[in-house]
Design a protein around this ligand. Structure first.
Ligand code: UDP
Ligand code: MG
Length: 311
């Protein structure tokens, strides 16, 4: 039977907090919906997260578990959850209590009015995050907006999506996914609800600096081809410059006053050399994306499911 609400929660090494999180989610869900399911996606945790889910699922009939065969990253875990969710509306939230479950009834009620296909919880404050990670997030959004034109500042992955939106998301077959960007790209009628980011219940944020840089690269290259055009623009500017310099050089040669401008030669070498390499690097980024896409590998592999297949 199709439940009214599905809640999708990607988790990675959340053994310490998952029990409390799921209990809270269950509490608020049963307040606002008669039929619901919770789909927890264990993104290849190295701790006892999966055992916790197994234990909990015995006493929680609405709980479903998916275990990925290794750590595929949050974006892939989200895809796995969205592929498995059956509800008429699907809520996506983090498993570390930073997305307060108490907001669930508000999200659901806003969706029930029928005025929105997407109900977004928007960060009104980022919680007591360290200045370092706040700065990191700011830079991330700045780069993203500059290149892709999608303003995602304040956007979170805490969202309710109507079934129609989830179906549209499923039609996007690319391997490199960036959930927030794709939701923004799809359009649909969106309503925003502000919320305060709570401190993490346990453990550490799973994002490394390298992970964020990678996500930024994926986000930029999958939403914009501007960096490629930038190479062309640089090329044109240098060309105009080289015509001027060429005329000057030929004039000097003909008038017999050559052998000057050794500095110019060195500078030109340096500038042109480095811009060529940057240009190649940018092309390489896109080439890597294309390579990853043409392989057509799945975004994730599910190794275990709860409740298991009924025989
Ligand atoms: N997460 C995941 N796979 C990963 C990293 C994180 O499924 O490789 C989950 C994590 O368990 C949490 C959510 O994604 O439920 C958000 O992660 P985190 O709290 O580390 O990120 P932040 O809150 O800093 O954005
Ligand atoms: Mg978090």
């Amino acid at each position: 039977m199709q439940p009214e609400i599905s809640v999708v929660i990607p988790v990675y090494c959340e053994a310490a907090g998952i029990r409390v999180t799921l209990r809270e989610v269950e509490k608020y869900l049963s307040q606002c919906a008669s039929t619901w399911e919770i789909v927890v996606v264990d993104d290849g945790s190295k701790d006892s997260t999966w055992d916790e889910i197994t234990t909990l699922s015995a006493g929680m009939p609405g709980l479903r578990g998916l275990r990925l065969s290794r750590n595929f990253g949050k974006e892939a875990a989200v895809s796995a959850g969205l592929a498995a969710a059956r509800g008429r509306a699907v809520v996506l939230m983090d498993g570390d209590m930073q997305h307060p479950p108490s907001l669930l009834p508000t999200l659901v009620q806003t969706w029930r009015t029928g005025e929105a296909d997407i109900v977004e919880a928007v960060k009104s404050s980022r919680g007591n995050e360290s200045a370092m990670s706040a700065a990191r997030a700011k830079l991330f959004y700045l780069i993203l907006r500059a290149f892709s034109g999608h303003d995602l500042n304040g956007a979170s992955d805490y969202k309710l999506l109507d079934q129609r939106v989830v179906e549209a998301y499923r039609t996007m077959k690319e391997r490199n996914v960036f959930f927030r960007g794709m939701v923004s790209w799809m359009g649909f009628r969106t309503t925003q609800i502000p919320f305060q980011v709570e401190p993490r219940i346990a453990g550490d944020s799973g994002w490394s600096v390298f992970g964020l840089v990678r996500l930024a690269a994926v986000a930029v290259t999958s939403f914009s081809t501007f960096p490629l055009h930038l190479i062309t623009i640089f090329g044109l500017v240098f060309f105009a410059f080289s015509v001027l310099l060429g005329v000057h050089t030929v004039y000097m040669k003909l008038s017999g006053a050559a052998i000057t401008g050794f500095t110019t030669v060195i500078l030109l070498l340096l500038i042109i050399g480095s811009s060529l390499m940057i240009g190649l690097g940018i092309i390489g980024e896109y080439l890597a994306r294309i390579y990853e896409e043409v392989k057509q590998r799945p975004r994730y592999i599910v190794s275990q499911e709860l409740p298991g297949p009924r025989r």
